[in-house]
Design a protein around this ligand. Sequence first.
Ligand SMILES: *[C@@H]1O[C@H](CO)[C@@H](O)[C@H](O)[C@H]1NC(C)=O
Ligand SMILES: *[C@@H]1O[C@H](CO)[C@@H](O)[C@H](O)[C@H]1NC(C)=O
Ligand SMILES: *[C@@H]1O[C@H](CO)[C@@H](O)[C@H](O)[C@H]1NC(C)=O
Ligand SMILES: *[C@@H]1O[C@H](CO)[C@@H](O)[C@H](O)[C@H]1NC(C)=O
Ligand SMILES: *[C@@H]1O[C@H](CO)[C@@H](O)[C@H](O)[C@H]1NC(C)=O
Ligand SMILES: *[C@@H]1O[C@H](CO)[C@@H](O)[C@H](O)[C@H]1NC(C)=O
Length: 389
Amino acid sequence: MTVVGLLTLLAACSAVLGSPVPSEGFDNGTIAKVQANLATIATHSWEIGTELETLTELEWPQLSVFHGTVPPPAQLPTPDTAADVISKATASSIVHNITNFAGPAPLIDGDGAVGDPASLGVAVLLANWTRTDLNDTRLANAAEDQLAYLLNVAPRTPDGAISHRISEVQLWADFVYMAPPFIAYYGAIAGGEYGASLFAAAYEQCKLYRQYLSDGSGLWRHIVLGSWQDNNHWGTGNGWAAAGMLRVFETIARSGHAWKFAAELANLAIWIDEILTHSWAFQHENGTLYNWIDQDAPATFTDSSSTALLGAVSFRLATITANSVHVPSANRALEVIKQSVDEDGWLLNTVDPETFNTTSLPGQYSPEGQAFVLLLHSAWRDFEASRKI
Ligand SMILES: *[C@@H]1O[C@H](CO)[C@@H](O)[C@H](O)[C@H]1NC(C)=O
Ligand SMILES: *[C@@H]1O[C@H](CO)[C@@H](O)[C@H](O)[C@H]1NC(C)=O
Ligand SMILES: *[C@@H]1O[C@H](CO)[C@@H](O)[C@H](O)[C@H]1NC(C)=O
Ligand SMILES: *[C@@H]1O[C@H](CO)[C@@H](O)[C@H](O)[C@H]1NC(C)=O
Ligand SMILES: *[C@@H]1O[C@H](CO)[C@@H](O)[C@H](O)[C@H]1NC(C)=O
Ligand SMILES: *[C@@H]1O[C@H](CO)[C@@H](O)[C@H](O)[C@H]1NC(C)=O
């Protein structure tokens, strides 16, 4: 048998072993409804930023950080490629300050958050990078101001962790999905020594956030420092952290600098795996996680949002590392999420993303939960495609 033949056989065996339950994805009609509903309820900065990342992974995977090189070729294959992402990222109603920039400032109002407006930054950078009018520097200026705000203006801990809040130094797990992927993507486009310094900065934030928020349990607390804390192991917070570190990993790994960051990439993979291992240890019979991962009813309740996001991260990590250890859990998560989307395309059984500790009220839905369904679908699709190579 040839080496290639042997590798193919081994890959086939590990794929079979890795997923005892063959899973079917969502049907396209459901995905279309989930996507349309997301667009109607994503209004806050972090919801729109997450929506744009989601649309990129779902519809324009070649432009996401999970395919090809980062950044992608500057010339889009057709004029309508990523048109929805670009028009949303550049709408004056979203990037308010795009025309009247005045030094370091967030892209958009963030309801008091430092990190959240930066979640729009990757889409703004992509729009700048692929634009056809090379004289138009408004997007680049807006992104530059956002970066300068994060790095030079926002409050920090003495050891350098950038605060998630403007009014006081307070660290939220959410930050890891909102800001470090933008800092890293900025670095990938800048290239050279400056780009490498931004990779180092993105990595440093992940490392510092883990030092502050991980408490020895293998899971991350939600909020530390400042005038109040949330020491619970919030499912969505752990999902934000793992998914944010994953995007930083892929941005660096697919840039021209991966070889300089081997140790950092290895650590990021370990930290992502750590969250997955300790989350799925608490996975319930039907595949769900609870909102506070390691607590039980009645103190907490079933939460589909975090189940979907951590499922997405599991499929992605398996695709990257060819290690399928979390795939059975991800398949079970996929099954319960399929059962949790109603016929109108709304994800049910979500935590209220603004209280963190109550369920969404009847008739109210979670914008980030809608996005997580699409991230799960995209990650599952790409994992399945990678197994067929
Ligand atoms: C679902 O959508 C994908 C991507 O657009 C397409 O490749 C696939 O053929 C569609 N599946 C069905 C059953 O229509
Ligand atoms: C625009 O930026 C300024 C600071 O330069 C800020 O005070 C203002 O809130 C921003 N506007 C919006 C809509 O975000
Ligand atoms: C904007 O895109 C141009 C390429 O057209 C690139 O040279 C520049 O670095 C980009 N700016 C930022 C801030 O990424
Ligand atoms: C870009 O700027 C240059 C120099 O200012 C000018 O000659 C050229 O016409 C501009 N191009 C476009 C497309 O506006
Ligand atoms: C899954 O099980 C939990 C109890 O562990 C329950 O609260 C939840 O409703 C179930 N989800 C579905 C979709 O059946
Ligand atoms: C949720 O958290 C808020 C703020 O910490 C607290 O006031 C409230 O009692 C909590 N509610 C539940 C149901 O635990």
